[in-house]
Design a protein around this ligand. Structure first.
Ligand SMILES: Cc1cc2nc3c(=O)[nH]c(=O)nc-3n(C[C@H](O)[C@H](O)[C@H](O)COP(=O)(O)O)c2cc1C
Length: 340
């Protein structure tokens, strides 16, 4: 394993028990950076304060084509915040989170104040132990249903952050959702700006990138691994991807939509925290997940999805879940590179 992937080898034994507050916080940030992010842009920055951290959006890492309002960027930062607080809890700190009033000029998203008085629970232990094991798994899942109690727990976890996980159970509605996702693949494949933006973040098997999506993460063969970025910008891949997504969804026991009641930056932060906690709990149950957000990145399709599925809330993420095989981790920048 090369040193760019080594972020995942962070070890509880290395926690600086007798270290300074700053050293402890840096250790927690080592878990925060393992969060998922759109195109693995890792759009977060942390400032260590006297009693916790401030979390900032790093808008130099924005994806203006698919995410012009930085909605998904904010969700990614929410996911990193969830990891940070779970790690702090695991090592005995309670975390008071203040989501900041949104101001694009200042980029400050949240402030966390820590106090050394947290009594570890089984639930936090489970989530914490899953941080280094979670992966986005774009490969097919086994034909095996997910226990109702696990699904119930996903809904409870989402509710804790004022978010809803809407599991699409009816076959007719699933089919309608798949049709819209396929339409999204075709539209995006014909959109030059989309292809260029994606190609910029998709890396062939190149060991030095500390961000972006390595081609092996797409679950495709070695040939594509060498030619990926070229392929994305030069070949009409929409129909191929649409057929692939249809198969993946049809073979997945769960297709769900993370929804919020309103659609503010605060909701996006909450959606990011809920997303990560759902993914960590899923990981603890040996479940995998991947995203099908295409319709949410095209305004007309987003509207179509909301109307067709009669969604009650604002869709923030579309996920499929199921039992999958092991997947390699993706690269991360170092902790020192994300501290302001
Ligand atoms: C807000 C958000 C949106 C994402 N959207 C997609 C998506 O539409 N399609 C996809 O394949 N992966 C998507 N991902 C997954 C990222 O590409 C993935 O997290 C990143 O490449 C890092 O890999 P990892 O999750 O295995 O650590 C998304 C992740 C986040 C947090």
């Amino acid at each position: 394993m090369n040193n760019i992937i080594s972020a995942w080898q962070i070890n509880v034994e290395d926690y600086p028990v007798n270290g300074s507050f700053e050293e402890k916080i840096k250790f927690f940030i080592g878990y925060a950076i393992l969060a998922p992010s759109g195109h693995n842009t890792q759009p977060w920055l942390f400032k260590i304060t006297k009693n916790g951290i401030k979390l900032f959006a790093d808008r130099t890492r924005a994806l203006p084509v698919i995410d012009p309002d930085d909605r998904q960027l904010t969700i990614s930062c929410g996911a990193a915040l969830a990891n940070f607080t779970i790690a702090a809890n695991y090592f005995g700190f309670s975390a008071r989170i203040n989501i900041c009033p949104y101001d694009e000029k200042y980029d400050l998203l949240a402030e966390v104040i820590l106090a050394e008085n947290f009594v570890l629970t089984d639930e936090i232990r489970k989530l914490f132990e899953s941080i280094t094991k979670r992966r986005t798994n774009r490969k097919p899942f086994e034909n095996k249903t997910i226990d109702g109690q696990i699904l119930q727990k996903f809904e409870t976890i989402a509710g804790e952050d004022k978010i809803r996980l809407n599991i699409i159970k009816e076959n007719r509605l699933r089919e309608l959702a798949v049709n819209i996702i396929e339409e999204g693949d075709r539209i995006q494949s014909h959109d030059k700006s989309f292809c260029r933006e994606l190609a910029k973040w998709v890396h062939p098997v190149r060991k030095k990138s500390k961000d972006g999506i390595p081609i092996y993460s797409f679950g495709v063969g070695d040939l594509f691994s060498q030619t990926g970025p070229f392929y994305l910008s030069n070949i009409d891949w929409g129909n191929i991807q649409a057929a692939r997504d249809r198969n993946l969804i049809e073979g997945s026991p769960v297709l769900g939509i993370i929804e919020s009641r309103t659609d503010t930056p605060e909701d996006w932060m909450n959606a990011g925290m809920a997303l990560e906690k759902i993914l960590l709990f899923a990981t603890s149950e040996n479940l995998s997940a991947s995203y099908l957000n295409q319709p949410l990145e095209i305004p007309l399709l987003k509207e179509k999805l909301v109307n067709t599925l009669k969604l009650k809330g604002f869709p923030q993420q579309i996920l499929r879940m199921g039992y999958g095989k092991d997947i390699k981790p993706t690269p991360r920048r170092n902790v020192d590179e994300v501290i302001k």
